[in-house]
Write a protein that binds this ligand. Structure first.
Ligand SMILES: [Cu+2]
Length: 298
């Protein structure tokens, strides 16, 4: 059976699985497709049999009694039972595992990334070295895909955004999916995960990459004329390389944002200063301009 099952997944052209839970998703895909194949063959056979059996030439006079046996009833009950087994025995436990293990995964210090979909691309918001996302205020949006980090929250100063999703191998990751415009569908096929990106909400999902790879992420929800261009990049790298990258990005963001916050606060403080100070600064600026101009003409 595993050999046959593998053939079906390969035949469907599904890329190789790279995630911890992906094997059970593939198993369910296998089961469903074998079942659909059996139904297809069965119903096609029944259709051909009915065409032949009830051909007009074979039955010049209509039967007023119809089918007398209960074969079709048994078949339909059998199909219903098999579907119940698929749902209760495979699909529900798989889904329960995805949702019930959230606390377990959270306890394992996962990488956390906010995924922001927009027309037409993906942006990633990392919480930085402190592991805390800055306060999100969706009213602060400046452009499509903006993470909307409140610059007044110091927790957000080391947050940074990235155009690609980078994650460490073998470590669990929780992605929080959102959108700044319409509904998108965030999908990483080699990780066997997919989630609708809905404006105004952050919907979490988790997975654990088992091997290093560079792959593409796509939009799985028709969202406009550029839907097909919403192809992004995901990189699964070694733990060391990931930590180096994270530290670089986070430290750079902290230096930038804390300096900006300092400037903003000192600017706000100077607003109350005397006009004299403002004039003298302006005067110095004018003098500097003059001297530059003078040198140029000489
Ligand atoms: Cu989209």
């Amino acid at each position: 059976m595993p050999i046959l099952a593998k053939t079906i997944v390969e035949y469907l052209g599904i890329p190789e699985n790279f995630s911890e839970h992906g094997g059970s998703v593939d198993h369910l895909i296998d089961l469903v497709h074998w079942f659909m194949l059996a139904l297809f063959v069965g119903w096609t056979g029944f259709f051909l049999l009915a065409c032949w059996r009830f051909w007009r030439k074979r039955n010049p006079k209509a039967s007023y009694h119809g089918v007398q046996n209960h074969v079709t009833t048994h078949l339909e009950v059998g199909v219903a039972i098999f579907e119940a087994v698929l749902l209760l025995g495979f699909a529900f436990p798989l889904w329960a595992e995805r949702t019930d293990r959230f606390e377990d995964i959270q306890a394992q210090d996962p990488s956390r990334v906010r995924v922001i979909g927009y027309q037409f691309g993906w942006n990633y918001h990392y919480p930085g070295l402190d592991g805390k996302f800055g306060r999100i205020d969706r009213h602060l949006i400046e452009r499509a895909g903006d993470p909307c980090i409140d610059p007044e929250d110091p927790n957000g100063w080391d947050d940074f955004s990235s155009p690609i999703l980078k994650l460490p191998v073998l470590e669990p990751a929780i992605l929080q999916i959102t959108s700044t415009d319409v509904i998108h569908g965030y999908a990483i096929v080699p990780m066997r995960i997919q989630q609708d990106a809905i404006p105004g909400t952050d919907i979490p999902m988790w997975f654990r990459p088992l091997k290093k790879l560079e792959t593409s992420v796509v939009c799985a929800q028709l969202c406009g004329e550029g839907h097909g261009d919403m192809v992004g990049v995901m990189e699964v790298v070694g733990k060391g390389a990931y930590n180096t990258w994270l530290a670089e990005q986070s430290n750079a963001a902290y230096a930038r944002n804390s300096k900006k916050a300092e400037e903003d606060s000192s600017a706000a403080g100077e607003n109350g200063a005397s006009d004299e100070a403002a004039e003298s600064t302006l005067g110095a600026g004018e003098k500097a301009d003059e001297s530059v101009g003078g040198e140029g003409t000489e």
